[in-house]
Design a binder for this molecule. Structure first.
Ligand code: 0O2
Length: 270
């Protein structure tokens, strides 16, 4: 098939990948801006390469006309979570959306593949708008932990290297590594609450500091420099204490000071 035709065919899939990646990244931002723990650590997407599509058509004996119907992962999104518990949360989040319709799910976490592969897959329908009108596409969403992703990435490279003839000693090592990944995910789940608390505090601190710096920047415009320098020194002093409550109080005081200056400016202008 001509390159141009492949491009036309795959273009809407690229749009779906771009849109969904953007939407999931926006969800991450929303959680962070609200100082909430985010069950999504990161998101990546890809459109399957032409070579990889052709290989699948051949392997599964799929006629070309059936490609868009039978190859479910032309568009693929991978959502990485920190903890196994987050995977279900993310799946629920996805299934509650209006722009995504479920076709099928595959739970390779409860039912690990013989290779040792673990991941939660959703095959969904997603509609993109093209110059020819709306197009409903299939997208594969893979949801897995960072540890599962580490294993799958390494195993995928080895599969590619050995092309179905993986030496026994390598298979054995991969099986051992898959067991270690299960143990690691379980261990991490046991300290999940503590890790979440620590990450929440760090997110709250980051947001507070950003707000304070914005307020100080505004004060520069409204008040005299000497006063702002004094406020800045006070900020550094409090920042070094790592005390979130003090930082939050300082932020409130800063707001009150800024409000006072704004009121003065309004009175002057009258
Ligand atoms: P790629 O290069 O990631 O696109 P099949 O691919 O024929 O075995 P099917 O019906 O497409 O099976 O669905 P399945 O088994 O759920 O696999 C879908 C995708 O999951 C795969 O796409 C891989 O990305 C991933 N996957 C499934 N099994 C394994 C595994 O044992 N190891 C690794 N590393 N990944 C796996 P593709 O098209 O095979 O590959």
């Amino acid at each position: 098939m001509e390159i141009q035709i492949w491009r036309e065919l795959l273009d809407p899939y690229q749009l779906a990948v771009d849109e969904l990646t953007c939407k999931f990244n926006h969800l991450i931002d929303e959680y962070h801006n609200r100082n909430m723990y985010c069950p999504i650590e990161s998101v990546i997407g890809r459109v399957k390469s032409v070579a990889s599509i052709l290989e699948k058509l051949q392997k599964k004996n799929i006629p070309f006309e059936e490609m868009e119907h039978q190859v479910e992962d032309i568009a693929g999104i991978r959502i990485i979570c920190q903890f196994v518990e987050d995977i279900e949360k993310v799946a629920q989040l996805i299934l509650s959306r209006d722009d995504i319709e479920l076709k099928s799910e595959k739970d390779y976490i409860r039912h690990m593949k013989p290779s040792g592969y673990r991941s939660y897959h959703l095959i969904v329908y997603y509609t993109v708008q093209t110059i020819r009108g709306p197009k409903k596409l299939q997208v594969e969403l893979q949801i897995r932990t960072m540890a599962m992703n580490f294993w799958a990435t390494i195993e995928h490279s080895l599969q590619y290297k050995y092309k179905g003839n993986m030496p026994e000693h390598v298979t054995e090592r991969l099986t051992n590594a898959a067991d270690a990944i299960i143990a690691l995910d379980n261990e991490m789940s046991l300290v999940r609450n503590e890790i979440m608390d620590a990450q929440n505090s760090s997110q709250i601190q980051m947001n507070l500091v950003t707000d304070i710096l914005n307020s100080m920047e505004n004060l520069y415009k409204l008040s005299n420099k000497r006063e702002v320098i004094k406020i800045q020194d006070e900020f550094y002093r409090i920042y070094e204490t790592h005390d979130l409550e003090q930082l939050a109080r300082f932020h409130k005081q800063l707001d009150i000071i800024a409000e006072g200056y704004r009121a003065q400016a309004v009175t002057k202008n009258i």
